[in-house]
Design a protein around this ligand. Structure first.
Ligand SMILES: [Mg+2]
Length: 246
């Protein structure tokens, strides 16, 4: 699981917006080209900070539990645990990948533990549920968390039963996004055709492989992030979907 994830991304986004703050050509809602998505028959959604707003700060709870797990498992103090998480992040992409590769940690109990967090900060979003249901074709969730956690989040958001499938890091052999092989594995399992699919994500890095694979890419976040592999940006997923299906 991604340690330092939101903080790091936030830093990246802040740097990007300060350096690249200029009108982007992309996502002008007035010109929202439904036709650009008319070939899409599979809609892939990230979970955390995509299907609920970052203001819910759910990841703060997960980070606390990841630190506690590293402390207990590796018998280190809090400072060292946080240093290790940053090290794993840089070296292996996520905390879990580092724990697995450097310490042979069993991923299943780790995932269960770090995702055992309260959902109090999430509220149902019937409007988003209706918009997603209105999309023509197959709708799936693909998260770097685990599927049981994703189901809990979806339930708290009133999105249970809206998706045809929910995939977690366990469906990618515990390889995380943004690794291309993780996407390859999950998409092969699902049977989707990337050239006829769209990906919605808050993490700009996780849109690179989907773009390479021929998917439409939509960055869902409060601030835009200028990158060649990001085709659209929205800070309001419901509104964006509404414009696609109206
Ligand atoms: Mg996310």
């Amino acid at each position: 699981m991604p340690a330092s994830y939101p903080a790091r991304l936030h830093a990246q986004a802040s740097v990007a917006s300060s350096l690249l703050r200029r009108p982007r050509q992309a996502p002008n809602d007035a010109l929202m080209p439904q036709t650009s998505f008319s070939h899409v028959d599979t809609w892939v959604f990230d979970l955390d900070n995509t299907l609920y707003p970052p203001s819910a700060r759910l990841f703060d709870h997960i980070e606390v539990r990841m630190t506690a797990w590293v402390m207990a498992t590796l018998k280190v103090d809090k400072d060292e645990a946080n240093r290790l998480r940053v090290h794993y992040w840089h070296t292996h992409g996520t905390t879990l990948a580092g724990l697995m590769r450097e310490h042979d940690v069993d991923p299943a109990p780790y995932l269960e533990d770090v995702h055992d967090i309260p959902m109090d900060s999430l509220i149902p979003d019937p409007d988003l549920a209706a918009r997603i249901k209105a999309l023509p074709g197959r709708r799936i969730v693909y998260t770097n968390g685990c599927a049981p956690y994703a189901e809990r989040v979806l339930a708290a958001r009133g999105l249970s039963g809206v998706f045809d499938a929910v995939y977690g890091v366990e469906h990618a052999g515990f390889l995380p996004k943004p690794e291309r092989s993780a996407f390859d594995r999950v998409f092969a399992t699902d049977g989707l055709t990337p050239e006829r699919a769209a990906m919605f994500e808050d993490d700009p890095r996780n849109l690179a492989a989907p773009f390479e694979m021929g998917m439409k890419t939509v960055h869902v976040a409060p601030d835009p992030f200028a990158a060649a592999h990001i085709e659209y940006h929205t800070d309001d997923l419901s509104h964006f979907l509404d414009r696609l299906t109206e």
